[in-house]
Design a binder for this molecule. Structure first.
Ligand code: C2E
Ligand code: MG
Ligand code: MG
Length: 593
């Protein structure tokens, strides 16, 4: 039962198109009954959706659809008929393929494109659409027949987002390259700390974020848009003017900057981007590799500014693979160590504690900063061994340092989310405290605020248990993460560590002052200490103190120091105060470890 009303005489135009060989799609009174029946039977049973639009009527309404159309789109015939087929695109109207369709309709020729369309329930499907024009005996365009094939789960398409997958992208790049002469801009994007979203909010929210980001990317006039794996997107643009590359990249990032409002979370996420420009005709894999190497470089920059590919990035990429392999044995080779950055009571100026910051003394590359390897360690799981080593080492060190002190000296350890979700952190801490003689009050665990997500009851219980033991819990980089303030009250915290982006230039920014003030108030209400990190100038110190932060950390006081220098400072600091201590710190600051 093909649905719809009959129209005048039609001659199919596309000879290569089987369904259209049956002229009975649109009823013709003179047509033999048997032929008519065969056509209807075929249309009722083919798996492709078919629609017929009347090009002579205003708005080019759909006049017929077959059962497969209803099945694929979820729209019953009675709802589809009378509409322009554009309604299947929902509000997703900026797809580059639509230009091809408009040209085909205007000029009355056939076309094949793959579009994002939306079912009646709002879910997206990839529609490999074939449009065939029908002309009357005088050669006037009367109808268009659309053949709809749902290729959402076809090879080359990413199931979750409907974008191209890695293979689909490579095919597409190869096709574009056949039209040699054009210049391609290939951008690779990565959602920073995506695993924190998954771990903290759950995979549903992670998936929703990926879909939502894909929908935004889908509005760009790119020649290819794909999710090649996990949280990696690749876009290709044809460049008319090579000088526009940087602008296009920043437009893409601007599009992704507004918060993502998802079921269960509202997230502002940061994307890193690497890009490369090449002449069509070169190896598609090379485009991907180069954009990827530039991306890695961008991720290693403190502010993650987008990076164009440079030859040196290739070397970096090879080094990263090497780092990942070697990191596995860094612990057993005793290549890891801590530097210690002092924390100062902003009221009295006393040294009251230190943050342990990880360093890797790599045989060939020298001393490596955590930025270079923590991400790799988390990706490869090496962070579990590293974290266990760090906890034990720091606890033993805290026990040794505190032996000769009257006032307890607190050490802070950075802990990755994975260390909480993949093991029993409470049991590890209890064991280490017992074995090293470290007292719980000498230890603070610093976690970035992403942990405070809706569901992690296990993590909350672990925090409660650690707090009962006497271990402090600090939220690091506070103000930059995805936290929902409501959860603050549910988590038993000891400390909020204001991110250094709010401390930097606080003297010149009234907004930053207000933010710091609010965090201090929040801290008071939650009965937690507030630490300001990254204090670099006297003015910043004075303001942070005035605004009520109790503890400060930053280059003004001292950079992270190796064990030897740290202990010198500590021992001197025990006897000297105020000005002498300041001078001493000046001295250490001028010779960063
Ligand atoms: P974080 O915990 O926020 O550590 C503070 C970072 O700021 C340190 O960088 C420190 O050297 C730097 N810093 C301190 N004072 C100043 C300042 O006045 N100005 C500026 N511009 N920077 C300052 P670092 O040592 O490179 O550590 C980077 C990050 O690596 C840490 O950020 C932490 O998230 C992570 N990390 C460090 N050690 C470990 C560890 O043992 N385990 C884990 N999972 N992560 C670690
Ligand atoms: Mg920290
Ligand atoms: Mg921090």
């Amino acid at each position: 039962m093909i649905h719809g009303g009959g129209e005048g005489a039609i001659v199919p135009a596309g000879a290569d198109f089987n369904v259209m060989q049956w002229p009975s799609l649109i009823d013709r009174p003179e047509k033999p009954a048997v032929e008519d029946a065969i056509s209807r039977l075929a249309l009722d049973h083919i798996s492709d959706g078919v629609l017929v639009a009347d090009m002579r009527l205003r708005g080019h309404p759909i006049i017929q659809v077959n059962p497969a159309f209803e099945r694929i789109t979820g729209y019953p015939a009675c709802e589809a008929i009378g509409k322009n087929c554009r309604y299947l695109q929902g509000s997703d109207r900026l797809q580059p393929e639509l230009a091809e369709i408009r040209a085909a309709l205007a000029e009355g020729h056939a076309c094949s494109v793959t579009l994002r369309n939306f079912r009646r329930d709002g879910t997206m499907f990839r529609n490999a659409l074939r449009l065939e024009p029908l002309h009357d005996n005088q050669g006037h365009l009367t109808h268009f027949v659309g053949i709809i094939r749902d290729v959402t789960h076809a090879a080359g398409v990413d199931r979750l987002t409907g974008l191209l997958d890695r293979n689909g992208l490579l095919d597409r790049l190869a096709q574009i390259e056949m039209q040699a002469g054009s210049v391609l801009l290939v951008i690779k994007l990565d959602i920073l700390r995506f695993h924190d979203v998954n771990n903290g909010f759950g995979y549903d929210v992670g998936d929703a974020l990926l879909c939502s980001a894909s929908a935004r990317l889908g509005t760009l006039p790119a020649v290819a848009i794909s999710r090649i794996d996990g949280n990696n997107f690749v876009l290709a643009f044809e460049l008319v003017d090579v000088g526009m590359a940087g602008q296009i990249v920043s437009d893409v990032l601007d599009l992704l900057r507004p918060r993502f409002i998802l079921p269960g979370a509202s997230l502002a996420v940061q994307f890193a981007a690497g890009y490369t420009i090449g002449v069509a005709g070169s190896d598609p894999l090379q485009f991907l590799r180069r954009a990827g190497a530039a991306l890695q470089h961008s991720k290693a920059l403190p502010d993650h500014t987008p990076r164009p590919f440079a030859e040196a990035d290739d070397r970096d990429a090879r080094n990263r693979v090497r780092l990942a392999n070697e990191l596995q044995s860094a612990v057993s080779n005793e290549e890891l160590l801590f530097h210690y950055q002092p924390q100062v009571d902003l009221g009295s100026g006393d040294l009251i504690g230190a943050e342990a910051l990880l360093r890797w003394n790599h045989g060939a590359f020298g001393l490596q900063q955590p930025m270079r390897f923590i991400g790799v360690a988390e990706e490869t799981g090496a962070i579990m061994d590293i974290g266990a080593w760090g906890l034990r080492t720091l606890a033993a060190y805290a026990a040794r340092i505190n032996q000769s002190r009257r006032a307890p000296f607190r050490f802070a350890l950075n802990v990755s989310v994975m260390e909480f979700t993949r093991q029993d952190m409470v049991a590890s801490v209890e064991r280490v405290l017992e074995e090293t003689g470290c007292r719980a009050e000498w230890l603070t665990l610093e976690l970035t605020e992403n942990l405070m997500a809706p569901e992690p009851d296990d993590i909350r219980r672990a925090f409660e248990h650690l707090r009962r033991l006497g271990v402090s819990i600090s939220i690091d980089d506070f103000g930059t993460g995805y936290s929902n303030l409501r959860y603050l009250e549910r988590f038993p915290l000891s400390e909020l560590k204001i991110d250094r982006s709010f401390v930097r230039d606080v003297a010149e920014s009234s907004v930053k002052r207000v933010i710091v003030e609010s965090i201090v108030k929040l801290g008071a209400a939650l009965d937690t200490r507030v630490v300001a990190e990254g204090i670099e100038t006297e003015a910043e110190r004075a303001i942070m103190r005035e605004l009520g932060c109790s503890v400060g950390q930053g280059f003004l006081f001292a950079p992270p120091l190796d064990e030897h220098r740290f202990e010198l400072l500590l021992n001197e600091g025990l006897v000297v105060r105020e000005e002498r201590q300041q001078r001493l710190l000046e001295n250490y600051r001028s010779k960063p470890a």
